[in-house]
Design a protein around this ligand. Structure first.
Ligand code: GDP
Ligand code: MG
Length: 162
């Protein structure tokens, strides 16, 4: 059984784009419109000769308790089956209430967390990403899933946490 890396975070932060970057293919569905329902999907990946399963998550539909609760519920399921959680936030937006709600779940799960500050397409955003230390889940790793910037460093960190 391969170790499982679960990719969680609120809609539109670039989780599926990052999954595609990690697997080196374009299989995860990238959505320009957030909130489209998708099931959790797993892919086999490897980095530096180590194999693992990466689980994309999404399909956050607001239910009667609101969007944050629906995301939290999905994150809970993904985190339960994960060996490492790859928590993705948008470096341009910074920490939102929904990001904070996900952090609460990660805290309770006591699983290793790697924080990806995605959409750090340039040096300026890379520097701004340091503000995400405030989430309290460790060092924000600036990355651009779209351009591949620093994605190798991120994967090194993920595998160190396995
Ligand atoms: P998800 O909902 O978290 O799975 O996000 P998606 O992977 O579907 O991406 C949402 C949008 O963000 C798409 O338009 C992506 O092209 C865009 N996106 C993803 N990663 C990056 C990035 O590193 N930089 C920029 N500028 N846009 C990105
Ligand atoms: Mg997605």
């Amino acid at each position: 059984v391969l170790p499982i890396v679960a990719v969680v975070g609120r809609p539109n932060v670039g989780k599926s784009t990052l999954v595609n970057r990690i697997i080196g293919r374009r299989e995860a569905v990238v959505e320009d419109v957030p909130g489209v329902t998708r099931d959790r999907v797993s892919y086999k990946a490897n980095w530096n000769g180590r194999e693992f399963t990466v689980v994309d998550t999404g399909g956050w539909l607001p239910d009667s308790r609101g969007l944050a609760a629906a995301i939290a519920e999905q994150a809970k399921l993904a985190v339960e089956l994960a060996d490492v959680v790859l928590f993705v936030v948008d470096a341009n937006v910074g920490a939102t209430d929904i990001d904070e709600a996900v952090v609460e779940i990660l805290r309770r799960a006591k699983k290793p967390v790697v924080l990806a500050a995605n959409k750090a397409d340039d040096t300026r955003t890379e520097l701004e990403a340091t503000a995400l230390w405030s989430l309290g889940v460790g060092e924000p790793m600036p990355v651009s899933a779209l351009h591949g910037r620093s994605s190798g460093d991120l994967l090194d960190r993920v595998l160190e946490s396995l």
